[in-house]
Design a protein around this ligand. Structure first.
Ligand SMILES: [Zn+2]
Ligand SMILES: [Zn+2]
Length: 101
């Protein structure tokens, strides 16, 4: 599969929806730092107050890059599909997001 088909932002875990203020939950502000959001992280489904909630977290560019780096560094140590010579599509997508040229 071409790495471009993997939406790397989908691979990034967000803070718990139940703990977030309304403007971060609505995607108006970055889900991590609360600054104005510019990037979609794709829709999530979380349990808030005992009910399923579909929400669309967004983030600022700075947090998106930082989180992609963080998740990439965890991924390459734990992924069974990644070897020293070949990386899985998730890994490549995270790398492109976290280490832009
Ligand atoms: Zn942010
Ligand atoms: Zn991998």
């Amino acid at each position: 599969m071409h790495p471009g088909f993997v939406r790397a932002p989908e691979l990034l875990p967000t803070p718990r929806a139940a703990d977030l203020p309304a403007d971060r939950l609505s995607g108006k502000r970055c889900v991590w730092c609360g600054k104005p959001a510019t990037n979609d992280l794709s829709a999530r489904v979380s349990v808030v107050k005992g009910e399923l909630l579909r929400w669309e977290p967004r983030s600022c560019s700075y947090c998106l890059c930082r989180e992609a780096k963080r998740v990439y560094n965890i991924h390459i140590r734990t992924c069974a599909r990644c070897t020293h010579r070949d990386y899985c599509p998730d890994s490549r997508a995270l790398y492109e997001l976290g280490f832009p040229k």
